[in-house]
Design a binder for this molecule. Structure first.
Ligand code: FAD
Length: 236
């Protein structure tokens, strides 16, 4: 499969390539596919951090199709990690649903670099959905002692099949996806406070993420260093 211009740009930016091998595959209620991978040396080369993601190269009829996925429970000692694919009709999701043990896929590491602020924030406000739930879970694990308020958008009941890794001081609210994401934006805007000692992390559909980011920055005056936001997928 020939890579497109994205591959050249990533290489020029220092992105390194690794070949991953599928070691196991498990359906999560038919709505997510959880794949265990051998990392091909990736974790030794890069270490790990919360929300760490990689770019996978899927073959779309001979053309390269690059999509990002989040490492779940990466273990440098064994060189293994899991990826949890939310299933919909897309090239990446379809590849994951059909993958079998021994299949390989290429990955590039470029662009992922999140660390929880030091000193730790007094509160985490996290807004995500099925695509970013693996990243939300890595934040709840990494900041296990930090109180957190989490909103998760779901398009259908099946998306709740993946369990948030919430502790007693983590408050999780599932919000149905309505009006192309407007309902989540309104729900979060109404509830979200501006708090100087908090960190805000947003990763939803692109337009939803943009709306909430604007609200935090312009309406609530949240500082850049207190906010991490990235659109995780784009509605058609
Ligand atoms: C940093 C980062 C980390 C990510 N980590 C994960 C992860 O761990 N697990 C995960 O499942 N996703 C994750 N995503 C999201 C994933 O990359 C996108 O959903 C991607 O578009 C899927 O590619 P595809 O080839 O399956 O579908 P595409 O070819 O991109 O899209 C095909 C169709 O599916 C729709 N679509 C795409 N994604 C979704 C979705 N999530 N929900 C509903 N409809 C969708 C599109 O609107 C389009 O109509 C991550 C994204 C980023 C930016």
């Amino acid at each position: 499969m020939k890579r497109n211009w994205e591959g050249l740009v990533l290489k020029a930016m220092g992105g390194r390539d690794f070949r991953l091998t599928v070691l196991g595959t498990e359906s999560v209620d038919g709505h997510y596919q959880r794949l265990l991978f051998d990392d091909g040396g990736l974790l030794t080369a890069y270490g790990t951090h919360p929300t760490m993601w990689i770019r996978l190269w899927f073959d779309n009829g001979g053309r390269a199709h690059q999509r990002a996925y989040t490492l779940v429970d990466p273990d440098p000692a064994t060189g293994r990690f899991t990826l949890e694919f939310a299933l919909h009709d897309g090239c990446a999701a379809n590849w994951a649903a059909a993958a079998t043990v021994g299949d390989t896929i290429d990955a590039t590491v470029q662009g992922s670099a999140f660390q929880l602020p030091d000193p730790a924030p007094e509160h985490l406000y996290l807004v995500g959905d099925a695509a970013s739930l693996p990243a939300v879970n890595s934040l709840l694990d990494a900041g296990a002692d930090i109180p957190a308020t989490v909103w998760l958008e779901y398009a259908h009941e099946g998306e709740k099949a993946l369990t948030p890794r919430a502790r007693a001081h983590h408050d999780v609210t599932w919000v149905p996806r309505r009006d192309a994401g407007r309902h989540l934006v309104d729900t979060v805007r109404e509830a979200l406070p501006a708090a100087g000692s908090a960190h805000y992390w947003l990763a939803c559909e692109a337009a939803t993420t943009r709306d909430l980011t604007r609200h935090l920055r312009r309406t609530l005056g949240v500082g850049k260093h207190q906010l991490t936001s990235l659109g995780y997928w784009r509605a058609a």
